[in-house]
Design a binder for this molecule. Sequence first.
Ligand SMILES: C[S@@+](CC[C@H](N)C(=O)[O-])C[C@H]1O[C@@H](n2cnc3c(N)ncnc32)[C@H](O)[C@@H]1O
Length: 471
Amino acid sequence: MGEYRRRGRPAGRSGPRPGSKPGAGAPEAGKRPGNRSKVDPSRLAAFDVLKAVRVEDAYANLVLPNVLEKHDLNGRDAAFATELAAGAIRWQGLYDAIIDANLDKPRLEAKVRDVLRLGVHQLLAMRVPDHAAIATSVELTRDRVGTGPTGLVNAVLRKVAAHGMGAWIGQVAPDPARDLTGHLAVATSHPRWVVQRLADALEGHGRSRDEVADLLAADNVSPKVTLVARPGLVEVDELVEAGAEATGRSPYALTWGGGDLSEVPALVQGRAGVQDEGSQRVALAVDEAVVEGRDELWLDLCAGPGGKTALLASLAARRGAKVVANEAQHHRAKLVARGVRAAGAGMAGVLTGDGTQPAWAPGTFDRVLVDAPCSGLGALRRRPESRWRRTEKDVLELVDLQKALLRNALDAVRPGGVVVYATCSPVLEETSGVVEAILAERDDVTEESRFQLWPHTDASDAMFTAVLRRS
Ligand SMILES: C[S@@+](CC[C@H](N)C(=O)[O-])C[C@H]1O[C@@H](n2cnc3c(N)ncnc32)[C@H](O)[C@@H]1O
């Protein structure tokens, strides 16, 4: 996602922000000569992303590159469209409450709501002058919906522009003294059940529930791009010379401040990759576990799209071991095969298969990673739409699959070998709940360590990791 900076506005202010020029940071309507639409391409692109997410269940960060290309956007315009789309999707819970508070009738056509969400984001969270945000939203309505709702869009956005974000939160969110969860849900734009589950997770993993406000705030900030220097394939210094900065927390992690990654040879060649630092820590936990005796064959049970497999393969190669990558979905298995091309020395092969129906004999592997399919509630900052897609029921339905995969991983490892169970979710049922259920049903497994990372304190996704040993 773009690094376009979001700015809150003081409560009760309206009109252009101090120091902002009319249209600063914001493409003006009708900017491009020859463009038949009077709406600038950045706003059309953002609208197209919201539509794809709503109608096709698309992932915003996957459709964005194609949409930006279709509208011929790059540089500042692409950053504007990216922030506009991601912000409007991420903040839709709060924005819908504000929009609804300004409607005479509660029903609104979905396309009109999309235009309004984009307009509200420009008014309350981007440096777009009110007149530009409102006029371009009216034009966008005319272009993408028709003339009918232009008056409504104009009227709603004028009312929204009369106050800043803080004042609107004060008006539409429940009183925190009476309903703190409800207040945080609206004020930070998360479903109420997610706020509850994340607070429970903080407490269950030994933190304070009070940290949940910081955690929710961290979910609303697009993370910096993090790179991994795959050991044995590239030196960290080569990436530093290309403009990256070592994080200092993990030996292979660097942040990327901007610039075209496709011009960094190590990335193009797969010697380095884009990977959250928490994901790197999971792969390192597999490598760092002490294994006595044979250490030749590792299994990555749920490998697609393959970020951890590539790091595991480069780590395994240094020990003279090889990794088998398994993935249930064929198209994701193909992504794994493509992603590990530079780390071939550490790869034994890529399989497409259900990890609960193993294609290998028991005790085949020395180390196994189960990076289980999960709710992804630890990676909300990366996927603006995912908080609105998941339901509490989906989360609980995954738990049976997670347990089945962990059981099979424990059967696949030899006695004395290790299994690392990981999720990009801190939700208790998916993390400690799964591990403790399996420990309770087997007497041949001991837990050696576990850690839970958090976006607000570790600058990583909320990855959970438990290291188990088969005795
Ligand atoms: C959290 S993702 C893994 C991410 C991956 N380790 C990486 O770092 O790129 C979980 C993966 O498990 C796969 N999966 C789901 N059910 C599975 C099953 N029964 N057996 C094997 N893989 C499964 C999903 O398709 C998904 O690709």
